[in-house]
Each structure stands twice: as structure tokens, then as C-alpha cells.
Design a binder for this molecule. Structure first.
Ligand code: FAD
Length: 311
């Protein structure tokens, strides 16, 4: 980074609130497949709210051990059929042979799905070491290579600014990311984090290792610290103490909690934007409002409204 870039970043950080954002960021939204009819209704409400923001894609997660195989497929296929958004399907290597995984991928291709988020997945029993299926893909890099052999899918892979717990060290983690990109992945999406500096350091290390693909930050707007702590323990993300302090005493104040959650996530996005980030992936947890508000602060407007304003 040059001195002038540093000065530019400093100026952007010092700019009043969100005055400097130009609405030029691309966003994507992640959902999980609903378990009940009620959850399904809530998911589609969220989709309807977020669709006018014209996301680059929306993705649907794949439950541990393929437990949501049918529900993930049904949700992704419905997005593709009934909305204007491009759908991406998450796919993991856990407890499945190559033939079974290839079959799932073929079904996606046949349904018009062209984008896969390719992951190794976590072992079915938390805390145990991942063991590949004897006839399966051994990790995400092998899965990417396998998918590319089937069809020219667009592929996103996972990245870990605070290091994946299975990695020997930060260098091994970057080497692994490079293997996934060299195998044909188009971009990386990060695990959630709450330190923009951790993201920037990771981006610098990746660049130094010759990685040129986009590393899109995964943004988790937190309104429930206890639940986030549970997720974070599994994936090695750090929840800073200040986060607990911010939500202290808000258990019975859901509206205030939402405002605090939006403030924290928006401030982080503003810092990332100031550091040159122009792509954001939101872990929506199937709720639209927080992600919608943060996109709004980033200058992103519903398509119809943007056209009206320009007219
Ligand atoms: P990999 O990239 O294969 O590697 C994981 C770790 O193992 C790395 O630290 C790497 O260094 C090490 N490793 C891999 N291969 C080797 C090797 N040959 N030698 C030495 N070390 C190696 N999980 C789900 O179950 N369903 C989902 O839908 C889902 N979506 C996700 C979306 C995003 C954006 C992210 C960031 C994560 C998601 N996960 C999901 C979680 C993910 O499956 C876990 O974090 C899992 O533990 C690792 O998956 P990976 O694809 O990063 O694995």
C-alpha cells in the first residue's frame, strides 16, 4: 500500500459518517433452508425485501452431513425460478462419496444453477477431527477441481481472516486458500469477523502469496451475542469483549438491540469500504432488516427507487 493510498483511507475514515459511500458496492446474501412452513414464509418475506437491492447472488447453506440436501435444493431452485436473483448452492464433502456429490451438482446444473459455494464442511460430531469419506473429496480444493470437471460452474470458497482451527498456522491457511483458487474457484468469502484490521492483514497476506481473486468479507450483523459466541467457538472467530458490553442489559429491549446491531455492522462495513472493499456478503440468518439497513447506509438503493431518483 502506498502513502497516497494510506492518506486516502485515512480521509475516508475521517469523513463524516457515511458521506463518502457511493453505492458502488456489490452485495450478496446468505440464507439457510427453512425447516417449517412458518420459517419458509419468513424466508420468502426476507427474499422479497432484499431482492430490489439487486444482489450479485444469494446463496443457500448445506446442513451438516448433507442433512438439508433436499431442502437446500428446493430453496435454491425456487429462488432461481421465482425471483430475478442468481442463486448459489452451498455444497460440502462430508459423509458423501464423490459420485453422490457429483450427482447433487448435476441436479443443480440441470435446474439452471451455475454457482456453487464449495466447502469441505465440518465433522458430524463437533470437536472431532474431519475424516474424508473413503470414496469422497478430501477437502474443498479437491471438491472445486471435481466440480470444474463436471461443468464450468462459478465457484466461491471459504476463507478465514482469523485462521481456520484446523490450520497449522496462518501461512498454511493462505496456502490452502490458494490451492482452492488455483483449482478453479472464482472468489473467496470470509468467515465472519469483528476486526477490520484482521481482514486487512489477511488480504495483505493473500496478495503477498499471489492471490488476485476477490476476498469478499462475510458480514454477520449480530443481535444475539450468546448465539454468535456458540458459532464462533466452532469456527475460530474472535468475539471481542466490547461486543458483550454493547449488548449488556438489552435482553428485554429488542428494538434497541437491533439498532445497536445495525450500528456495529454498519461501522465495520464503513471501515472496510474505506479500505477499498467493494463487495460484501451478508449472513442474513433469514432476516432482512439488518442487512437491508446496512446496505442502505452503504448507498445501495432498491432498483426502482434509484431509477426514480435519477429521473
Ligand atoms: P478446506 O478449505 O478444505 O480446509 C479446512 C482446513 O483444513 C483449512 O484450515 C486447511 O488449512 C486444512 N486443510 C485442508 N486440506 C488440507 C491439506 N491437504 N493439508 C493440510 N491442511 C489442509 N459448512 C457447512 O456445513 N455448510 C455450509 O453451507 C457452509 N457454508 C459456509 C460458507 C462460508 C462463506 C464459510 C466461510 C464457511 C461455511 N461453512 C459451511 C463452514 C465450513 O464448512 C467449515 O469452516 C469447515 O470446517 C471448513 O471448510 P473449508 O471449505 O474451508 O475447508
Amino acid at each position: 500500500i502506498s502513502v497516497s493510498q494510506l492518506e486516502e483511507a485515512r480521509r475516508a475514515l475521517d469523513a463524516p459518517l457515511f458521506a463518502d459511500v457511493a453505492g458502488d458496492a456489490a452485495v450478496s446474501f446468505e440464507f439457510f433452508p427453512p425447516k417449517t412452513a412458518k420459517m419458509e414464509e419468513a424466508l420468502w418475506e426476507a427474499m422479497k425485501t432484499l431482492e430490489p437491492l439487486a444482489p450479485r447472488f444469494v446463496s443457500v447453506t448445506y446442513g451438516a452431513g448433507g442433512s438439508t440436501r433436499e431442502r437446500t435444493h428446493a430453496t435454491v431452485a425456487r429462488i432461481q425460478r421465482e425471483t430475478s436473483m442468481a442463486a448459489a448452492a452451498h455444497l460440502t464433502c462430508v459423509e458423501a462419496s464423490k459420485a453422490e456429490i457429483d450427482q447433487v451438482a448435476e441436479e443443480y446444473w440441470a435446474a439452471g444453477i451455475r454457482h456453487i459455494v464449495a466447502l469441505r464442511g465440518d465433522p458430524p460430531v463437533a470437536g472431532t477431527k474431519f475424516a474424508a469419506h473413503p470414496d469422497g473429496y478430501e477437502n474443498a480444493a479437491a471438491l472445486v477441481a471435481g466440480l470444474k470437471k463436471l461443468h464450468p460452474f462459478e465457484i466461491s470458497v471459504a476463507a478465514y481472516p482469523e485462521c481456520h482451527p484446523d490450520s497449522a498456522d496462518a501461512k498454511a491457511d493462505i496456502d490452502n486458500l490458494k490451492r482452492k483458487l488455483d483449482a478453479g474457484a472464482n472468489r473467496a468469502i470470509t468467515q465472519f469477523f469483528f476486526s477490520p484490521e484482521a481482514y486487512f492483514r489477511f488480504r495483505d497476506r493473500a496478495a503477498a502469496a499471489g492471490i488476485t481473486a476477490d476476498i469478499v468479507p462475510g458480514i454477520l450483523p449480530v443481535s444475539n451475542v450468546a448465539q454468535t459466541r456458540k458459532f464462533a467457538a466452532m469456527c475460530g472467530a474472535d468475539i471481542p469483549d466490547w461486543m458483550d458490553r454493547l449488548f449488556e442489559g438489552l435482553d428485554d429491549h429488542p428494538a434497541a438491540r437491533q439498532l445497536v446491531a445495525a450500528t456495529v455492522a454498519a461501522e465495520m462495513c464503513r471501515r472496510l469500504y474505506a479500505g477499498g472493499v467493494r463487495g460484501f456478503h451478508f449472513y442474513t440468518l433469514n432476516r432482512a432488516e439488518l442487512s437491508f439497513a446496512i446496505c442502505h447506509l452503504l448507498g445501495i438503493r432498491a432498483q426502482g427507487q434509484a431509477r426514480e431518483a435519477a429521473a
